[in-house]
Write a protein that binds this ligand. Sequence first.
Ligand SMILES: [Zn+2]
Length: 409
Amino acid sequence: MIIVKAKYLIPNPDNCIENGAVAVKGTKIHHVGTFDEIEVLADIDKVIDLGNAVILPGLINIHTHLDLTNLHNRIKPTTNFTHWVFQLLGARMRWKEAEYNASIEKGIKLSIESGTTTVADIANTEYSFSVLKRSPLRKVVYKEIIALNPDHARDVLKKTQLELTTIITDNLFRLGLSPHAPYSVSKELYQTISHFAHETGTPVCTHIAETCDEIEFLTKGTGGFPSFLRQIRAMPDNWKHPGLTPIQYLNETGILGNHPLLIHCNYVTDEEISIIKSSGSSVAFCPRSYHFFGHANHPFQKLLDAGINVGLGTDSLASNDTLSILDEMKFLSLHHAIPPNTLLTMATLNGANALGLESKTGQIMEGFEADLCGVRLPNAPVGNIYSQLLDAASKNIFTMVAGNICYHA
Ligand SMILES: [Zn+2]
């Protein structure tokens, strides 16, 4: 049995234990308490003392594209989303397996070092599955599906099904489907995916309500998307705009019946918020990526107030500077009056909920998977434990996934 101890232990957002410790047996949490209570247990093989640090449930990053990690600082900053996508497509046009693998591996390393124990990653190529599978992270890898031409819906799903049957999942690895976004997926494809995911119990996520351009494209068929889609030869001749807002549109496709993870929801109306709430879907909020694209006033507080499960994502390094969920929490706390335990809830419990992992991870509880991180606190403590945790100088120094020490600085 391994004991991990530190000056503080926050097993869940509403509880802090001074001189806390966690006893880990195999892949699971065996006991949680003060070090005095834990050190008398039998069969202790090793004690890891993190010192002036706080042990937290492993952080959960519910939206990222690890295959884009090596595009950090290679995309010119722009608030024009279609221009950004165009640059991105160009930058990785010549990438082959080696480039993709290196980029994903770098992303895994950075995630682990920053205290992330679970990622929800979007797989644009087959490489994401194999590289992530052999990583020690807990992961839900969503196969990205793209086809705006309604005539292609059946064939695209068939091809996807075939690809998924070759992938073997395990305790740390779950598969999902990601119909990309309403400007790249036809209504027919959303419907087909919805049926398949429902029958097979496959989790679903989709990018939605990300830009004003997307809303204009769906409601009026105009804006930046038509010309962009024509430029990349992805605009079908028979495409007709539905005349609906993004969430209304998803609702009509039936995909909301799958309780999907809704990525972004940057622009949603009160009516759409109630649709999201009654669908039981979760929302992935990516604060610094949101800021990168020049958006302001994300409705996350409204979503939380409505009782919607909102978790945190970093998005990729093509629109962010780090893959650290702790950095997302610090950014939010700097720019919004948001209680630290709400931030922690979003980064842990809500993340686990969004990925259907709430009975395994997201808190430090006896019987749960031993997914932990340890954040070193600033040398000169200012304020309470939460302000120390959210201080610019705090830093993750320890990451454990299912009892496996993946990182110890
Ligand atoms: Zn994304």
